[in-house]
Write a protein that binds this ligand. Sequence first.
Ligand code: NCD
Length: 305
Amino acid sequence: MFKEKFKEGIISAKQFNREDIEYLLKKGKEMIKTANPNLLKGKILATLFFEPSTRTRLSFESAMYRLGGSVIGFQSGEVSSIKKGESLADTIRTVENYSDCIVIRHNMEGAAKMASRFAKIPIINAGSGSKEHPTQALLDLLTIKEECGTLDGLSIGIMGDLKYGRTVHSLSILLSNFEVNLYFISPKVLALTNREREFLVQQQVKFKEIQGYRDILNVLDVLYMTRIQKERFVDLEEYEKVKSFYIFKKEDLDDTKGNFVLMHPLPRITEISPEVDNSQKAIYFKQTLYGLYLREAILAELLAD
Ligand code: NCD
């Protein structure tokens, strides 16, 4: 049972096996047609965002309201006792008394895991440092499944900031449960870290690491682009050197297969030029809608009686 297995919450993509993913994607798909507006009546979700967010926070909040529940919380920049120096542990031990589930985003690696040690209610990791963003990866898989019809047999390019991009890390972990060919495309300084590389080797995932994308555009079913994560660079001069390394242009689409799709977790800065947005192959805004359905499914699974 999903609820039993995930009773402490969703902390890492590594908690999921193929069966869990397929189950949740099925539930996410059901939400597209019907979401019971009374399912979570009387339940309260707390969203604690210590880092900026648009899609993750608002889709969780919208999902909760659409299922009849309510939301409390705060976001970075707002006033809470964090500003007075309160520890994360104390915040969690307080907020759990006011809610049934906590969604947390934090710049510290392992923040969600630590929160789950102090809480008796489920914790959902909405991004912790540069390492994990499991619900984004789950919605990415729902998007691929619905738009490409399958998760097996696909050639998927993952491009941009592979070093600091937490969506990339969680996505590669989830994809390792399927028969995929992965192409990791990045400037050398933003290549996968050893930790991720070793995991892929150990899982026997077929993957290549390259710097240019044009030569492989015609073999890809999916290209997943990411933002260069400015806020995680120690040296801003390094960021300046790589910030415009890739700019996907309309002409690039000419080399892609008929059923090719271009994805991005967003926010996009300059890595996809706006003229690409009108193409049917650009599905990053659809992806944000799948995020709502997937998060409805997660909340329903964790919180419904
Ligand atoms: C991502 C994040 O916060 O890690 N955004 C998201 O949740 N959709 C990607 C990013 O910030 O580049």
